[in-house]
Design a binder for this molecule. Structure first.
Ligand code: ATP
Length: 332
């Protein structure tokens, strides 16, 4: 499989060289053709800057960016065969939906009948065939988001960049759009690069993801690799609600004296279990309960499935787990 996007030691620093803001710092990255790739990380970690480096709206201070093997570090955005869908959709309010979608083709000089036919095709793809004559203000948030998608897809980009495209939607719509985006990507086979700070969104949608921290990639891998084998405390903390155990506690549990992660769902009530402590909180989750246990000054969360007998807050209990659930991390 060929490589859609490659970063070779790419940096983007802002401000004076004496005290630069290292928005992106010596990042190496490859994104396979046809992948649904997510960039995940806290606010300010450099995700959007990476996306802008791919689109060409930002230039690297150092390093090289290749798209399908071609060095595009100095290529302007409109010659890169990539398109961006922005969080605020950036639709033209005075144009109807059809003209919004056909806009890119008009700029390229395609005759009206042809570009309208293409726009209708794209609107059908995002299930908005009947909405061509409406103005963006006459649409719901989810519909606007789909117009923005159609407007990007009409240019037949080889790489589609999506910058928190679902951020403005309510939970229900967000989940529906996640399914739609995923199935659209699979049908079209276009490489999607998706920026989000939502762990669940990245884990459930991506084939592969990079976790960013302070301008660097903390870890890159499949969702299962990242979730089950976080390399560092930062990744374990940020991706999903894992328990992070300090070295002394890991040692008490029979592991080496290193930081470790232990997923709440891998813990169970077990009178002979090694994690003894006081229950400090119990929270109802719908599909089960999340209990918090304090042991040796560390809070440990456990998820107990619905129907499981619950301990009382303030009581002393013991939790057990399979030895394979304790994941030792290389780095603090
Ligand atoms: P968010 O999730 O909040 O959008 P992000 O991970 O996308 O965050 P970036 O927008 O890439 O983060 O910003 C990375 C860092 O670079 C931040 O500290 C930001 O303040 C800084 N930065 C971004 N653009 C500029 C700029 N034009 N001038 C100076 N600093 C900038």
């Amino acid at each position: 499989m060929s490589i859609a996007v490659e970063f070779r030691a790419v940096s983007r620093h802002f401000g004076p060289a004496s005290a630069p803001v290292r928005a992106v710092d010596a990042v190496d990255l490859t994104i396979a053709e046809g992948a649904f790739f997510a960039m995940l990380g806290p606010s300010g970690s450099g995700k959007t800057t990476c996306l802008r480096l791919i689109s060409g709206f930002e230039s690297p201070t150092a390093g090289e960016i290749c798209i399908f093997g071609e060095n595009v570090s100095n290529t302007p955005p409109h010659l890169r065969n990539v398109n961006t869908v922005f969080q605020d959709y950036a639709l033209f309010p005075h144009m109807n939906v059809r003209d919004n979608v056909a806009y890119g083709l008009m700029v390229k000089g395609m005759p009206r009948s042809q570009r309208y036919a293409k726009a209708e095709e794209m609107l059908a793809l995002v299930h908005l065939d009947a909405y061509g004559s409406r103005k963006p203000a006459q649409l719901s948030g989810g519909q606007r988001q789909r117009v923005a998608l159609a407007r990007a897809l009409v240019n037949e980009p080889r790489v589609l960049l999506l910058d928190e495209p679902l951020g403005a939607l309510d939970l229900k719509l967000r989940e529906a759009m996640q399914d739609e985006l995923k199935s659209l990507q699979q049908r079209l086979g276009i490489t999607f690069v998706f920026v989000t700070h939502d762990q669940h969104e990245a884990l459930s949608m991506a084939d592969s993801l990079a976790v960013f921290n302070e301008g660097k990639i903390a870890q890159i891998g499949t969702p299962a690799e990242i979730y089950n084998h976080p390399k560092s405390r930062f990744v374990a903390d940020f991706v999903g609600s894992s328990n992070v155990l300090p070295p002394a506690l890991t040692k008490q549990l029979g592991g080496p004296e290193k930081w470790a992660s232990l997923r709440p769902e891998s813990l169970r009530l077990d009178a002979t279990g090694p994690l003894r402590g006081t229950v400090t909180a119990i929270r109802y989750l719908g599909a089960g309960h999340r209990i918090t246990l304090t042991t040796h000054g560390t809070d440990i969360a456990a998820i107990l499935p619905a129907g499981h007998p619950l301990p009382e807050t303030g009581s002393t209990i013991a939790l057990g787990f399979d030895a394979t659930a304790l994941h030792i991390m290389d780095q603090a």
